[in-house]
Design a protein around this ligand. Sequence first.
Ligand code: AMP
Length: 280
Amino acid sequence: MQRISSLAELDLWRGRLHGETLGFVPTMGALHEGHLSLVQLSLDRGAKTLVSIYVNPTQFNNPEDLAKYPNTLEKDLEMLEAMGCDAVFLPTAEMLYPEGLKSRAFSFGCLDLNMEGAGRPGHFEGMATVVTKFFELIQPDFAIFGEKDYQQLCIVRHVVAEENWPVEIVPGPIVREPHGLAMSSRNLRLSEVERQEAATIYAVLSKVCAEAERFEGVEELKSHCVEALNAVPSLTVEYIECCDEKELQPMGELDPKTPTRLFAAVQCGNVRLIENLPLF
Ligand code: AMP
């Protein structure tokens, strides 16, 4: 596996591809099975696969979250090497932000009005800034984004369409721990008790999705989730939202004919966890 630590090395590696398809998987490191599943999707498409590992400061609205973001670089590199990843790009802030750590402006339509867009000001601008910088430098044929960050996936798709980036955006399904908790680098910061209790998030939401017809309406469904989750000692709900899958607008009523997802952000101890599941 090629370890790429400069823009010159990136250009050199890129130049040696000779027309082969290039798949790109952006990550912030502390890799787990969820990330590796995205790498595998790219390899399964027969593409040369490049993974970036970069903790992007402009997408963190909370300085403590950035300072505490886990770093397991040596283990990450071993895992990528073992699965046959072709290259890993380890940029510095200077390479990506030569003019300083600033986000650029974007039009996200109405996709960033709710959920993470409302709760984490500047997060999506920072994310889209670094993703478009990566697209410019790497020029992948396709890039893979996990459904774990569903709103991010929708926003990246939107930006790519709006700005005519010649990159196919490929979604990857959510990979979960055996007890249902969606894998996340931030799970490393949970205590054993918090980890057990965090599993309730999936347990509650998946049951609600399976039994959606027993609720009178959206508000009753959401209140049920909030009450069930807030009853768990280490959990505090930030939001529960039912949104249509396309525009990510809150649903006024439960409509089985409209593809809908149930979204949640829940604080577990000091760790903020996000989750989403298909409702209809
Ligand atoms: P991150 O390192 O958290 O920025 O995530 C990098 C990519 O991996 C993003 O596209 C995430 O959506 C994706 N990802 C993170 N966790 C999971 C998971 N449990 N299952 C599938 N994809 C994931």
